[in-house]
Design a protein around this ligand. Structure first.
Ligand code: NAD
Length: 260
């Protein structure tokens, strides 16, 4: 069903994005990887995914904080693959601090990467999708796109913004074969969360295990991390034909967090 489609996953050299990129490659899609990291390791990843699934996998080091680089990457995919069929806006960073102490440059960076990059990628990819009457836009938001936590003002603002952007784009593209949805994961054990565990464990003087149980998974009634593969499977579902009527939705995948 998705075989031969071309897919961009921003922020896919690690964590959830890498899982989503792998899942689309497993469906026979050609994939553009993006993100930061060690060049040799990324090349190893790229070639391994391509060889395993017999698809074309490209890599772009475009900085999602820079509008011009975001749209240039989307244009590059359209040139190399002919189309951009599925756009997954996943790149994201976190910073935790009280709002009055929140570093201004961190605020700007989080808004740029977690929110504005999706706007720039969408505005660049949409004309092609509209001309073909087919497209899937999937924005990786967060439980923090629906509810807040203290000390994460920029992240919560950006993710709520991303859910809002999702709804607007869904309305503008409804009836044109294009859908735009958000995925709102709870805690997934990735480098982004590992850093929070480390910081909290240090700040509170408690062990890693205690931090996971009492601080991190305290919000998540399932008391278990959401798995990367589960988030990836939801993204693949949203790209498929059975999801053609799902648009403007924010899908929680959070072990019950936002049901409270
Ligand atoms: P991660 O740190 O493992 O991966 C982030 C990816 O984004 C990496 O590939 C990194 O290189 C890339 N990236 C960072 N800054 C970038 C930039 N300026 N330009 C291009 N790429 C950049 O994090 P993750 O946990 O996999 O997070 C992925 C997404 O999922 C984020 O949007 C995050 O907010 C969201 N999310 C994560 C969780 C969680 O618990 N891990 C929960 C809800 C939502």
């Amino acid at each position: 069903m998705l075989k031969g489609k071309s897919v961009i996953v921003t922020g896919s050299t690690s964590g959830i994005g890498l899982g989503i990129a792998r899942a689309f490659a497993a469906q026979g899609c050609n994939v553009m990887l993006n993100g930061f990291g060690d060049g040799a390791q990324i090349e190893k990843l790229r070639s391994a995914i391509a060889a395993e699934h017999k698809v074309t996998v490209l890599y772009s080091s475009a900085d999602m904080a820079k509008a011009l680089e975001v749209s240039a990457m989307v244009d590059q995919v359209a040139r190399r693959f002919g189309t951009v069929d599925v756009l997954v806006n996943n790149a994201g960073i976190q910073h935790v601090a009280p709002v009055e102490e929140f570093p201004v440059e961190k605020w700007d960076q989080i808004l740029a990467i977690n929110l504005s990059s999706a706007f720039h990628a969408i505005r660049t990819a949409l004309p092609g999708m509209k001309s073909r009457n087919w497209g899937r836009i999937i924005n990786v938001a967060s439980a923090h796109g629906l509810v807040a936590s203290p000390f994460k003002s920029a992240y919560v603002a950006a993710k709520h913004g991303l859910v809002g952007l999702t709804k607007s784009v869904a309305l503008e593209t409804a009836g044109k074969g294009i859908t735009c949805n958000a995925i709102c994961p709870g805690y997934v054990l990735t480098p982004l969360v590992e850093k929070q565990i480390e910081d909290q464990s240090k700040a509170r003087g408690i062990s890693r295990e205690e931090t996971i149980d009492k601080v991190i998974l305290d919000r998540q009634p399932s008391t278990e991390f959401v798995k990367i593969e589960e988030v990836a499977a939801l993204a693949v579902f949203l790209a498929g034909d059975p999801a053609a009527s799902i648009t403007g939705a924010a899908y929680s995948i959070d072990g019950g967090w936002t049901a409270q």
